[in-house]
Ligand binder design. Structure first.
Ligand SMILES: [Zn+2]
Ligand SMILES: [Zn+2]
Length: 165
């Protein structure tokens, strides 16, 4: 299993591999350590683990137990493809190439869908945004939940307000 998280001490993005075998996460920039709680990664029987992978019970970086499954898809890339497609279709439109215009728009959408389908899933923490990747990684909780997302977004906004005072 791999992790990508923002170091709580220096905010650097830290990427670590093989976290099942570790007891601490160490920042590659400032060496700050985050201890991995004992019960965080549920190791199942070897047969079950081979079939479905290890299970993450909670975030390893912050105390949150709420994780959601998302596509490991760089949003900027998706947006860049759409913008390029729109610009190209505008050019074609200006040249009165109706079929080309729609072909470009259709191709843009198709590329986004294909990339999305082939991108692997990753797990993300609602609270601190840490991301977990690995074969057969499963969350205790499943799909993205807007209510939970909103709860943590408001919490973050409040703590920023308090810090700003
Ligand atoms: Zn650090
Ligand atoms: Zn977290």
């Amino acid at each position: 299993m791999r992790i990508a998280y923002a170091c709580p001490a220096c905010s650097a993005t830290v990427m670590l591999d093989g976290i099942e075998a570790r007891t601490v996460l160490e920042c590659t920039a400032c060496s700050a350590e985050v201890a991995i709680p004992d019960d965080a990664i549920a190791m199942e029987t070897p047969a079950a683990a081979a079939a479905s992978g290890s299970r993450l019970n909670r975030c390893l970086v912050c105390p949150s137990t709420e994780l959601f499954v998302r596509k490991d898809f760089p949003q900027q890339l998706g947006l860049a493809i759409v913008v390029v497609g729109l610009l190209a279709s505008c050019v074609a439109w200006a040249w009165h190439e109706l079929i080309v215009t729609f072909a470009i728009l259709f191709a843009t959408a198709a590329i986004d869908v294909v990339i999305y389908l082939f991108m692997p899933d990753c797990l993300s923490c609602y609270r601190c945004g840490a991301r977990y990747r690995g074969d057969g990684l499963r969350a205790q909780r499943g799909e993205f939940n807007l209510e939970t997302h909103e709860k943590y977004r408001q919490q973050r906004a409040r703590s920023r307000q308090i810090a700003g005072r």
